[in-house]
Design a protein around this ligand. Structure first.
Ligand code: CA
Ligand code: CA
Length: 288
């Protein structure tokens, strides 16, 4: 009877010594093989303690052990993204910057030209006189129409313009303001973001066609509406300018990308991102 008991006792203590020098890492445990050799296996179970963590696979785990155990079972690399449950975050494709495209700008310009033309006809006046009158009405006296004054000028005939780009009021207002900036840029020959009277006249003269601006990046020319991705942000070519979303690309995003695509060169630090944006801006400024 004693002999039966002793081997069990000795086998157990032998197991302990087999594994005493073996470290299996998180989510794994050491077991003794039939031959009494140490082997690492995925942990059979983890404790029930609640210390939630978010994994790099965007999955929430009750505790660190569960995360590593899952990584072991699925044979994938999962690391802790942050403590707590995973938060829903925007993916790179569902956030676009709000921009005034060339077609939006040209449409606004055509509407204003049409409105002025109607006034010319009904008052038996000239476009020059009508535009000069509006210029003087909305200018604060510095003989320059800035974007705020240009917006007030547009409000003069809201119904004739019927400016609706989007169903959301806020976006409409933002877009109108962006399109006014684009319109000013169109004929702002001295690039001071204001229109002198001759610049204002050019802007609203149908025959005035300034050279079309395109977006440039590394010797490549992009058409209006082109999109590029810079880390987690999206840049859109609109009226010759790159306009980008300004999401903070956290380490989380980069590590996630790394895990998904295994492409370390896609990672971009905040600093690199700022440099790229500066580069884009510089390129589009110098490109004609
Ligand atoms: Ca002014
Ligand atoms: Ca100007």
């Amino acid at each position: 009877m004693v002999c039966v008991f002793v081997p069990v006792c000795c086998l157990w203590s032998e197991d302990q010594s087999v594994c005493s020098r073996t470290f299996c890492g998180a989510g794994r445990q050491c077991v003794s093989t039939d031959r009494g050799e140490p082997a690492c296996r995925c942990s059979q179970q983890c404790g029930v303690s609640e210390h939630w963590v978010c994994g790099s696979n965007s999955k929430s785990y009750r505790n660190h052990c569960e995360l590593h155990r899952d990584a072991c079972i699925t044979q994938t690399k999962i690391h802790v993204q942050h403590r707590g449950h995973c938060l829903e975050k925007p993916t790179r494709t569902d956030v676009s910057p709000i921009v005034c495209f060339m077609s939006d700008r040209d449409w606004l310009r055509e509407q204003v030209i049409q409105w002025v033309q109607n006034e010319v006809e009904s008052n038996a006046s000239s476009a020059h006189v009508v535009l000069e009158t509006y210029f003087q009405t909305y200018d604060n006296g510095d003989s320059q129409l800035d974007s705020r004054e240009f917006l007030s000028f547009l409000k003069h005939n809201e119904t004739a313009l019927n400016l609706t780009y989007s169903e959301t009021l806020e976006i409409n207002l933002l877009l109108r303001s962006l399109c006014v900036d684009a319109l000013i840029e169109l004929s702002d020959e001295n690039a001071d973001w204001k229109l002198s009277l001759p610049e204002f006249m050019s802007c609203l003269t149908p025959s005035y066609h300034p050279p079309e601006k395109k977006c440039a990046l590394e010797d490549e020319v992009f058409e209006d509406g082109a999109e590029i991705h810079v880390a987690c942000n999206k840049c859109v070519c609109a009226c010759g300018n790159w306009v980008c979303t300004a999401l903070t690309c956290t380490g989380e995003f980069q590590r996630e990308e790394d895990v998904k695509e295994g492409a370390a060169e896609d990672e971009m630090t905040e600093e690199e991102w700022s440099r790229t944006v500066a580069e884009l801006t510089k390129l589009q400024d110098t490109f004609t």
